[in-house]
Design a protein around this ligand. Sequence first.
Ligand SMILES: *[C@@H]1O[C@H](CO)[C@@H](O)[C@H](O)[C@H]1NC(C)=O
Ligand SMILES: *[C@@H]1O[C@H](CO)[C@@H](O)[C@H](O)[C@H]1NC(C)=O
Ligand SMILES: *[C@@H]1O[C@H](CO)[C@@H](O)[C@H](O)[C@H]1NC(C)=O
Length: 408
Amino acid sequence: MQLTQTLLLTILAATCGIVCHKHGKTKKFEVEYEWTFINFTWESETDYQNAVNTKTYIPENNLISGFKFYKDAFYFALPRLCKGTPVTVAYFSTKNTTPKTGPLLIPFPDWKTNDVNNPSCDNLVNVQSLEIDVNGVMWVVDGTRQAPSKCPPKLVLYDLNNKGKTIHTYIFPNDVCLHNGGFLNDIVIDDSDGTFAYIPDTSFIDPGLVAYSRAKNRAWKLRDASMFPEIKAAGFVVNGDVINPLYPIDGIALSPKVSSGSRRVYYSSLTGVRLYSISTKLLKNETVFSGDGWRRNVKYVGTKRAQSDGMIMDNVGVLYYGLLPLDAIEKWNTNEPLKKAEVVYQNYKTMIWPDSFCFDNSGNVYVLADEIYKLILSKCVFNSSQNYVKYRIFKSFTGTQSYLYTAK
Ligand SMILES: *[C@@H]1O[C@H](CO)[C@@H](O)[C@H](O)[C@H]1NC(C)=O
Ligand SMILES: *[C@@H]1O[C@H](CO)[C@@H](O)[C@H](O)[C@H]1NC(C)=O
Ligand SMILES: *[C@@H]1O[C@H](CO)[C@@H](O)[C@H](O)[C@H]1NC(C)=O
C-alpha cells in the first residue's frame, strides 16, 4: 500500500472515535457471544479425549468464518484451514441456557456427516459460508478445495423445518469451480423470478462470480477484471499484521426486492477498495455470458474507505461491511452516494477482522469478528499464547431485516 494511503487510514482510524461521536452516529455494537477456542458437544468424554489424543481435534485450529440466524439458532461455517478440525457446519440454540462465553457448538446435521475420514463424498468437506432462505432451507456452500480432494465442491440444501433433512445436492463442474483451487466464499439467495444463488469464487487461479439456478440445476460463472485483486490495495495492516496475499472477489451483498426494476449484486475484492454492482437480470441469463457485451453493465459504484471481507444488505437497502485495517464497521445507504457512508462502530481491541454478517427477525444485525487471517498468515503454526478471545459476535439494533425479507 502506498504510504499516503496508510497515513490516511491511520488518521481516519485515530479520529473516528471522535468524529463518530461528534456526529452522534456511534451505534452500539455489543458483544453477545465470544470464544477463546471453538469447542463442540462431544458425544462422551472418551470421544473428546480420543479426538485430542489423535489430534483429530486441535482446539486452536478451529474457527468460524460465516454465520446466519434462523428462528432461535445461529448456524456456523467452520472452514478446515488447518488440521484438527472435526466439524465444518455447526449451530447452537440461543434459547437454551447457553453461556455467552464459549457456547459449545453442535455439529450439523450430525457428527457422521462432518467426518472427513468417512470415504463418502456426501459428507461435508470444507464449508466457508451458508445462507438460510425465508422457508428455512439452509444452503451450505461446501466449496473450498485448496488441495487435491476426491470430493468435488458442492452446494447442499437442508430443510431446517424438517429435522435438517437433505433436500438437494448440486456438484459444481470443474469449469465453474475448480476441483483443485476453487474457493466458494460466500452466498446470497435470490427468490424473485425463480430461485437463484450467487456465489463469489475467491480462487487465486480462476476468480469469478457464480450464478446457480435451482430450477435448471445449473451453474455458470462470470469472469471480469472487476473481480481481480487490486495490487495497490495489498499490504494493509490489521492489528499489526501486514496482509500481503492478493485476494480477488470476496464479499457480496444482494439488494432487496423492489416493485420495479431488477435487484443488484454488490461485490468487492478483499484486496481492493473498489465496490462494483451488477444486475441480477443479467446474472440469471446464462447465455449472456457467451459474449462480451455484458461487461458494460458492470457498474463501478465507488471506492470504500478501506478493504473489507463479508458484507450484507438489509431490506431497505442499507449495506453493512467491515473496514479491516480500521477495526470498524461501516454502513452505506445505497439510495445515497457512497461517499456518505459512515463508520458506525470501531474498536481496536475487539472488532478485529469483521468477517461475516447476519440479521435476526427482531431488527438486529450481527457481525462476527474472527482472527482468520492469523491462521492463514501463520500457516496454522500456533502456540499456547493463543489463549485469548479470538471470536466475537456483536449485535446492534437496526430495526430492519435481511435482504431476503420484503420491507413492510
Ligand atoms: C471442550 O468441551 C469439553 C466438554 O464438552 C471439555 O471437557 C473440554 O475441556 C473442552 N475443551 C476445550 C479446549 O475447550
Ligand atoms: C438472454 O440473453 C440473450 C443474449 O444476450 C438474449 O438473446 C435473451 O433474450 C436473454 N434472455 C432473457 C430471458 O432475457
Ligand atoms: C508464540 O506467539 C507469540 C505471539 O504471536 C510470539 O510472540 C511467540 O514468540 C511465540 N512463541 C513460540 C514459542 O513460538
